[in-house]
Design a protein around this ligand. Structure first.
Ligand SMILES: CC(C)(COP(=O)(O)OP(=O)(O)OC[C@H]1O[C@@H](n2cnc3c(N)ncnc32)[C@H](O)[C@@H]1OP(=O)(O)O)[C@@H](O)C(=O)NCCC(=O)NCCS
Length: 187
């Protein structure tokens, strides 16, 4: 599915590209995941563990014509340092206050993908900002987010305030990654 099946009650950004963001089902974004993130792998590889969990949220961004232009997924996953990664000395030295968040409740960002025709137009930034600010109705809350970012996309996240946690590590069939962390406090 690549068109917007939802009504006009979604979220519009009124400056920059006109983009509408909705919570969707995993099935709605698998094609885009495949195209962008797993082009040389079987379609089944686009299914992520936890996709159907009740607390998993899938986001889709649609353009004015209802085309799916970007997607991402948030999973309830504690912020852990994976066995395949090492917490970097830079992180330990620069952010000792964040070490206590290791093992804590957090959400993992996965499958962030902007359609190749829509890159570099601010769509990824809009979607990321939306996800960071629309996770909870609570007025006072601290949210811990983390992700395993492709090396090529790591500067994009750093530009948006994410902090590299790990040394570079390899995910088989996908490539080099860094683990990144983002803490958001709203008051
Ligand atoms: C990485 C990705 C999500 C960024 O989305 P996008 O819509 O192209 O990015 P935007 O246009 O919103 O860019 C926002 C800012 O980040 C910068 N940026 C975007 N991608 C970047 C990259 N790969 N490296 C460095 N900077 C990047 C832009 O220059 C822009 O900076 P500015 O605000 O100073 O002008 C998108 O390019 C993508 O889907 N890439 C392929 C899949 C991928 O790597 N996904 C991430 C998996 S971890």
């Amino acid at each position: 599915m690549s068109t917007n099946p939802y009504n006009l009650d979604g979220f519009y950004f009124r400056s920059g590209p006109k983009i509408q963001i909705h919570n969707v089902k995993a099935d709605d974004i698998l094609e885009l995941r495949h195209l962008v993130l797993r082009p040389n792998q079987p379609f089944e590889s686009t299914h992520f563990e936890g996709d159907k969990d009740l607390d998993t949220v899938h986001y889709a961004a649609f353009d004015d014509d209802g085309n799916l232009v970007a997607c991402a997924t948030l999973l309830d996953r504690p912020f852990i340092i994976d066995q395949s990664t090492n917490i970097s000395n830079e992180f330990k030295e620069a952010h000792p206050e964040l070490l206590s968040t290791v093992g804590m409740k957090a959400r993992q960002l996965r499958g962030m993908a902007v359609h190749p025709n829509n890159r570099g137009q601010g769509v990824g930034a809009l979607l990321l900002n939306y996800i960071e600010t629309h996770q909870s109705a609570l007025p006072i809350v601290t949210r811990n987010l983390w992700c395993n970012a492709r090396e090529s996309a790591t500067p994009f996240y750093i530009n948006h305030g994410w902090i590299p946690v790990s040394d570079k590590f390899d995910i088989p069939d996908v490539g080099p990654h860094y683990q990144l962390f983002r803490q958001i406090r709203s008051y």
